[in-house]
Design a protein around this ligand. Structure first.
Ligand SMILES: [Zn+2]
Length: 62
């Protein structure tokens, strides 16, 4: 179950699209910003029915 989401980078504030994989369940992953290339930590929380419950972004060194 793949989901496109618009997110805004916690470093540069630019908006870009990420593809989330809800079938993997709740997990954290790191992906570089498409604009400033800094590593963003994504916290993906998936509900028990497989839908996206919450998405949080933070800087890697916070
Ligand atoms: Zn950025």
């Amino acid at each position: 179950m793949l989901l496109d989401r618009l997110v805004s980078c916690p470093y540069c504030g630019e908006t870009f699209e990420v593809v989330l994989d809800c079938s993997a369940g709740s997990h954290e992953f790191v992906q570089d910003c498409e604009i400033c290339c800094q590593p963003i930590v994504f916290l993906l929380v998936v509900a028990c029915d497989g839908s996206l419950e919450r998405l949080e972004l933070r800087r890697e060194n916070d």
